[in-house]
Design a protein around this ligand. Structure first.
Ligand code: ZN
Ligand code: MN
Length: 269
């Protein structure tokens, strides 16, 4: 049981948290999607949740249960829909789930919400769900939302450390060094290190076709090699991303730093 996780709180405990000034609720969003032979189907949901939890610890926020299903996997960013286990929502369904959850959270008094996205293909559907929720609850007086992809908080100096041979781009980073390293850091028992395929980055054409071309995608489902992944790289990225997101939330929502009292350093003067 973690006091920051909304699903672990009683309604009375959550009601008390809602009365805190400037409470921030984080909503992680993932997908159920193949992540190669070495990572679990729930990787995007697990990572967005872990990062949201790390951020909540820094800003004394609350983490709502993750939206575990995401928009359809695309061949060039997630391997596409042809793999067993890749189980996806239509765009309109995801928009409505996000709209409904945000509206419900806002109706009960959560006026500052951060949507932490962990699945590349979700982005515009989350955006639309947020827009509709704000319109439905009557505007910014009732609900303000930040939406972010956690990997956008990786700065060039961190990327240079993690990818000394050059960064292939976040689309090809599916089940590769970034996600595998973060999983090795947060969920080491769920990573099968001995099953990481060593493959060159896939060379996709600069367009998509529909129905999806499953033959564009390597049989392993991995779009660039994860061989260089490590828990140490995962920790480096996780720390940087969590601190960056916490700082951005404090700026956007103008929070004063309020770490949990047990973490408060002794005054030095
Ligand atoms: Zn992923
Ligand atoms: Mn994904």
């Amino acid at each position: 049981m973690h006091p920051l996780m909304m699903g672990s709180l009683s309604w009375i405990e959550y009601q008390q948290r809602l009365q805190e000034e400037n409470l921030v609720v984080l909503l992680p969003c993932g997908a159920l999607e193949q992540h190669g032979p070495h990572l679990p189907l729930g990787t995007d949901a697990l990572l967005s949740t872990a990062i949201a939890q790390g951020v909540a610890e820094q800003i004394n926020g609350v983490v709502a249960p993750v939206i575990s299903y995401g928009y359809k996997s695309q061949p060039k960013s997630g391997g596409g829909q042809s793999f067993a286990g890749t189980t996806s929502l239509d765009g309109t369904s995801l928009i409505q789930v996000v709209r409904d959850v945000l509206r419900e959270l806002a109706r009960q008094g959560a006026a500052r919400i951060v949507v932490v996205n962990g699945h590349y293909e979700n982005q515009w559907f989350l955006t639309e769900g947020i827009e509709l929720a704000i319109r439905e609850v009557g505007g910014a007086d009732h609900l303000r939302v930040m939406r972010l992809e956690y990997w956008d908080f990786l700065t060039d100096d961190i990327l240079n450390c993690v990818f000394p041979d050059g960064f292939p781009g976040f689309a090809l980073e599916h089940a590769a060094v970034m996600e595998t390293s973060l999983m090795a850091h947060y969920h080491p028992k769920l990573v099968r290190l001995d099953r990481i395929p060593d493959v060159p980055p896939v060379n996709f054409p600069p367009y998509d076709t529909f129905p999806q071309r499953s033959e564009w995608v390597p049989a392993s489902g991995v779009l660039s090699s994860a061989k260089a992944a490590s828990a140490e790289k995962g920790e480096l990225m996780a720390d940087h991303v969590v601190k960056g997101i916490a700082a951005a939330i404090q700026t956007e929502f103008q929070l004063s730093l309020q770490p949990p009292s047990s973490h408060q350093p002794a005054a030095s003067l």
